[in-house]
Each structure stands twice: as C-alpha cells, then as structure tokens.
Design a protein around this ligand. Structure first.
Ligand code: AMP
Length: 395
C-alpha cells in the first residue's frame, strides 16, 4: 500500500511516498517558494534527483504538479495506487488528541485553533485541503504535533496562573515534537519492552525533552508555544517573562517583535553571536571563541538539568534517548550533556559514542540509566499512523 506523507509550510511542501507496511521510502521531495518568484521543486527517486523550475502559484498547483510528476516519472502508474495521505499538523489543541481522518469540515474545525499555531497551522491546513480536493477518494489523515502530549495530567500541563486563563483562553502547556517523541517511544518499547520509563531528548534546531512512562507522556518541555523549555538553536527556551516588558521599553519594540527575537535571535545564536547551527558553534568553541564555549556549556547544562528533573518526575528513568540533528550527529554535545548528569550515576562510553546517525547504546555497563542514540523519523510515524487508520477502517 502506498502512503504519502506531507509537511506543508507557508511557502513549501515536503513529501515522502512510502510503501507500507514495508516502511520503505519510494520517493521524496520538496516544493519550494510556493506563491513566490523562482519557485521550483526537487524529487528524489531511484537514486536520482530531479530539480525543475515551475510557477507554483499556490499549494493546489504544487499538489497537482506532484501528482502528474509521480505518474510521468513512472513512480506510480495511477493515482489510485495512493491509498492514504498523512499530513503533519502542528496544533490540534485539546480536541485532536489522536490521528484524525480529514474532511473539509474537519479542516474547518481544526482551523478554529489557528491562533494557537499562527505560523504553521494555516499552511498545514492549506496543504490538507489541496490534497482533499486533488484526491477526493483517498483517506487524508491529520497527525498532530501536540497529540502525543495529551496524556499529560492537569498538574503538569497547567501553569500556575489564574485558572480562568485556562478555562477561557486555553492557556496551558500543549507540547510539540509529539510525532518524534512518539516514534522514539515506539522504537524504545520495541527494544526494551512496553513498561519502560524514558526521557526522550529531541535536540535539533528546535528542541524538547519528554518524560514518557509506559508509552504515555508525563511531561514535556515545550509549552503553550514551542518557545518554552530548553535552550535551542535560535530560541531562548524558558526565561523570566518580566524580561519582555522591560526590554520592550529599552528597545522601543512591540511584544511581537520581542517574541520574534526570542524565537529567531536567541539560543545558540544569541549567546555565540555566530550561528544557530551547532556545527558552527562547536567549531567556534574548538577554536577557543569564548562566546561559543559559553553557548555550548549553557546548551548542555539546560538539557542536563531537565533530564534530572524528569528522572525525578519518573521516579527513576530506565533510558535516556538522544535524537534529532544534534542528538544523532554530535558526539561532542552528547558527551557534554551526559557528563553533566554524573550525579544520577549516568556515564557515557567514549568509544561507543564515537559515531553518528544510527541506533546505538552509548552508556557504560555500570551506568544507572541506559543512554541511547535513536534516529528519529517523523515521516515514518505519520505514515504508520495513516496506515493504521486505513487498515483499521478495512477490518
Ligand atoms: P534538525 O532540526 O533535527 O534537522 O537538526 C538540525 C540541526 O542539527 C542543525 O542546525 C545542526 O545544529 C545540527 N547538526 C546536524 N548535523 C550535525 C553534526 N554533524 N554535528 C553537530 N550538529 C549537527
């Protein structure tokens, strides 16, 4: 069975075509600069990569072009071969806590929550609508970044602010990267058994930690928006909210402008003054740049601190998992983090840690908590969720 996974951004559309249940990627690609000048797309298939310029006025045109290319390139013989399309949707609020079959009506329902994810949700839903129109007989499934976190209890997801803010305006922790944390939870329960307590550390350009017990989220570091929690590539993570009105006055900027600076000019970039990419900051630190050294230390320490908090919350974790761009690839940052949780009896094996990008245990034999590197795969998780809905529908 062929399943497409789609991640639609405001001017982009990323796709993968999976053969399921084999979990094999047949083709993948990216449509870029949709609605802008110089739009183009790239499709990877059979070890080849084609890039073409094309006037992609809107997402519907990109979707129709994708369909015609899949046939013209011989990737599929007919559109009937596609049995499902899984869409990444950032925010499902409290209402959408499971992968959900999409119709135009459901898309409208979800759009009620656009103000909770204003940068992503409208584009995600535009992508979904385009596919519903282009493939009306195919099951479209929405997979929400917030959904996996909906098992959090009130005492974890509420902020200690007036309770009415939650009741009237939905002010609470939602959590993000749910599809990635769910995938990590699935892989780890296959490796170690279902009754495990894990701390999943998704550390890429964005970053969040998630405390998971028996496959259910107990707590996560991102909050009402993805700005909260650990220090990230260009996001600050947790800060004292009183800084915002103070710096607004000093810089004569609006709240929105300061929030943009906390999202885009902070984190590794803000402290190093060089880059949000940990590779650049790592090489700056290696060359002795004091601000890069400081940025690396702060980044590692904040992650280590949350690991200790979640170990306490879980009453002792069985495994710590490092994933996403930094977690999968940076042996330096992995070591810096684990070296900051020796108080938990956790130790890294330097020889085992000397690699990148595969599933591997990297803790020493006497480490009290296992430490794993697990490559995340959000597209596969979306394909699996879509596949399970289709198979469930057929049974
Ligand atoms: P992601 O958001 O998961 O795609 O992660 C992207 C980030 O991973 C990049 O911005 C880099 O900071 C980081 N990254 C990727 N490769 C490496 C590497 N070899 N060493 C250190 N960091 C890396």
């Amino acid at each position: 069975m062929k399943i497409l996974t789609v991640n639609a951004g405001s001017s982009s559309l990323k796709f993968s075509l999976f053969e399921m249940p084999e979990e094999k990627v047949i083709a993948s690609g990216l449509f870029e600069k949709i609605g802008l000048n110089d739009s183009f797309y790239t499709i990877k298939y059979n070890g080849e990569k084609i890039t073409k310029e094309y006037d992609l006025k809107d997402h519907s045109i990109a979707v129709n072009k994708l369909m015609s290319e899949l046939i013209e390139l011989g990737i599929i013989n007919s559109l009937d071969e596609i049995e499902g399309v899984g869409h990444r949707i950032l925010h499902g609020a409290q209402e959408f806590s499971e992968p959900t079959v999409l119709s135009e009506e459901i898309v409208k329902e979800i759009s009620k929550y656009n103000e909770l994810g204003p940068l992503h949700n409208p584009a995600n839903l535009m992508g979904a609508s385009s596919f519903i129109k282009a493939l009306p007989n195919v099951i479209n499934v929405g997979v929400f970044d917030t959904a996996f976190h909906q098992t959090m209890e009130e005492k974890e997801y509420l902020y200690p602010v007036p309770y009415e803010w939650y009741e009237l305006y939905g002010i609470r922790k939602y959590g993000f990267h749910g599809t990635s944390h769910k995938y990590i939870s699935k892989v780890m329960s296959e490796a170690l058994g279902p009754d495990i307590k894990i701390i999943s550390c998704h550390i890429g350009n964005g970053g969040s930690l998630c405390a998971i017990k028996n496959g259910k989220v107990v707590d996560t570091t991102m909050g009402f928006t993805p700005l909260a929690g650990i220090m990230m590539g260009s996001r600050s993570g947790d800060i004292d909210p009183s800084i915002i009105p103070f710096i607004m006055k000093k810089l004569n900027k609006s709240a929105d402008e300061i929030i943009t600076m906390l999202n885009k000019n902070s984190g590794l970039l803000g402290i190093s003054g060089i880059s949000s990419d940990s590779r650049d900051v790592e090489s700056g630190a290696l060359n002795g740049d004091p601000r890069c050294i400081l940025a690396e230390e702060m980044y590692a320490q904040k992650i280590a601190n949350y690991i200790a908090v979640y170990n306490n919350l879980l009453d002792g974790a069985d495994a710590i998992v490092l994933t996403a761009g930094v977690g999968e690839n940076s042996k330096t940052m992995r070591k810096m983090i684990i070296d900051r949780i020796h108080s938990l009896g956790v130790y890294i094996d330097d020889k085992l840690n000397d690699f990148r990008g595969e599933f591997r245990k990297i803790s020493t034999d006497d480490s009290k908590i296992l430490v794993y590197v697990v490559p995340t795969n959000e597209e596969l998780m979306i394909a699996l969720d879509t596949y399970n809905i289709i198979v469930g529908d057929k049974n």
